[in-house]
Design a protein around this ligand. Structure first.
Ligand code: FE2
Ligand code: FE2
Length: 187
């Protein structure tokens, strides 16, 4: 005897629709945002994170001077965390149906923060603090932008923002430790 199975029918329908939209990656018709624009924004975020990895890694290698060991360690830790960020962002671009742009060509112009090396330990810390503050501002703006239209991307960015705020705080603490006073006005 045949019984009505509306739920299964729904599942079948959902599967059919998912199959029809398979080219769109993980994105379903319920996605409220503009996917193309989301991918474009995330490419800029990816470039920013790549530049952060490069800057911190470079800084960790060249940091010299009194009590540079602790600072080197901090730079290395940050480089590793920035790599984690770039990986998450690249995965999200892929899920949205885009191709993460790792091309070194044009990287600096795609990035929200600049690649500034810093001539000495204190300059490096200052440049990193500036870059972290830019990153925090950028992420706050993007979190508002994605809002309810793309909660998955928003939640990912919220997680990264928490980490960037810690980075800014770490750089600020190092600056105070090395200069005896904060060199940049607080936000
Ligand atoms: Fe980051
Ligand atoms: Fe950071």
């Amino acid at each position: 005897m045949k019984t009505e199975q509306p739920f299964l029918t729904d599942v079948k329908e959902l599967r059919l629709r998912a199959r029809a939209n398979i080219k769109d990656g993980a994105i379903t018709p319920a996605y409220k945002g503009d996917v193309k624009q989301a991918i474009e924004i995330l490419q800029a975020v990816l470039a920013t994170e790549i530049v952060c990895v490069l800057r911190y890694t470079m800084n960790a290698v060249v940091a010299t001077g009194l009590s540079s060991d602790g600072v080197k360690k901090e730079f290395d830790e940050h480089a590793e965390e920035e790599r984690g960020h770039l990986r998450m962002v690249a995965e999200r671009i892929n899920q949205l149906g885009g191709k993460p742009n790792f091309n070194p060509e044009g990287l600096a112009s795609r990035s929200a923060s600049e690649y500034v090396e810093g001539a000495n330990l204190v300059e490096m810390i200052k440049e990193n603090l500036i870059a972290e503050r830019i990153a925090c501002e950028h992420y706050r703006e993007l979190i508002r932008f994605f809002g309810e239209n793309d909660p998955t991307t928003r939640v990912m960015l919220e997680g990264i923002l928490v980490n960037e705020e810690e980075h800014a705080n770490d750089m600020h603490d190092l600056l105070v430790a090395h200069e005896g006073k904060p060199m940049l006005p607080s936000n």
